[in-house]
Every structure is written in structure tokens, then in C-alpha cells.
Design a protein around this ligand. Structure first.
Ligand code: SF4
Length: 125
């Protein structure tokens, strides 16, 4: 895995990644997973255990603490493995429109509502 952090800060020798987001905190845990993935990269680079990170939300000017817990590490690792499988097999899951599509940066490529309409049309004919 290759990571590119927006910012790495240090306090008393302890490093931590900071991820900048333009919007507000959403209801999904993708931001925490991203910070954890950066922490894993930083650990591999430095040999230092990374215990925290932050997400800075520009819209609300707030920094959210992300504890790099064992649970978050496991979720991040599972996500990395799932994405690796997608890349290796080239088999993408069907796009299903949901609340999370609003504001998703992939929306213009993914077109979940259009895919859904095509699917319904194909079922009807
Ligand atoms: S737009 Fe596509 S990638 Fe983004 S959340 Fe919706 S289905 Fe997922």
C-alpha cells in the first residue's frame, strides 16, 4: 500500500497523520479508515507505533480525533484486502444508489441512479 498524507505532525516525538476534508463529518467511517491506513504506512516507514490521527473538517473548522485502535486497524485491513481483491479480479460490485452517494467524489463516474434505471429497463424487456 502507498499512502500520501495531507499532513504529518509531531508532538513530543510522537507522529500522527492529519487528513483534510473540505466538507463536514459524514455518517460513514471512511475518513477514519483513511487516517488509519495512513497511520499503517507511517508505522511501516518509521517503525513507530501510531496511536492517533486527526481529520480536519474545513466546513466546520473542527479537528476530529481518530484513535488508531485494534478494531479500526482490523476494519482498515479488511477494507484493504477487499479493495485488493476488486483490483485483482476486476469485478466491481453493482452500484446501488443510497444516501452515501450524495457528495461522493465518484458519483460522476459511478452513475448509480443511471445504472439502476438501465437495470430496471433490462428486467422489463
Ligand atoms: S456514487 Fe458509487 S461509489 Fe459513490 S457511494 Fe454511490 S455507489 Fe458508492
Amino acid at each position: 500500500m502507498i499512502g500520501k498524507s495531507d499532513l504529518i505532525e509531531a508532538e513530543s516525538g510522537q507522529l500522527y497523520p492529519v487528513e483534510y476534508k473540505r466538507g463536514s463529518r459524514g455518517e460513514w467511517d471512511n475518513d477514519e479508515l483513511q487516517v488509519c491506513a495512513q497511520a499503517l504506512c507511517l508505522e511501516e516507514m518509521t517503525g513507530q507505533k501510531i496511536t492517533t490521527g486527526y481529520v480536519y473538517y474545513a466546513h466546520s473548522h473542527q479537528r476530529q480525533l481518530v484513535e488508531i485502535s485494534e478494531e479500526l486497524r482490523a476494519k482498515t485491513q479488511a477494507t484493504i484486502e477487499a479493495v485488493t481483491t476488486l483490483l485483482e479480479t476486476g469485478i466491481m460490485p453493482k452500484a446501488i444508489y443510497s444516501k452515501r452517494c450524495q457528495g461522493c467524489s465518484l458519483y460522476s463516474r459511478c452513475l448509480p441512479q443511471a445504472i439502476d434505471k438501465v437495470g430496471r429497463y433490462q428486467e422489463a424487456v
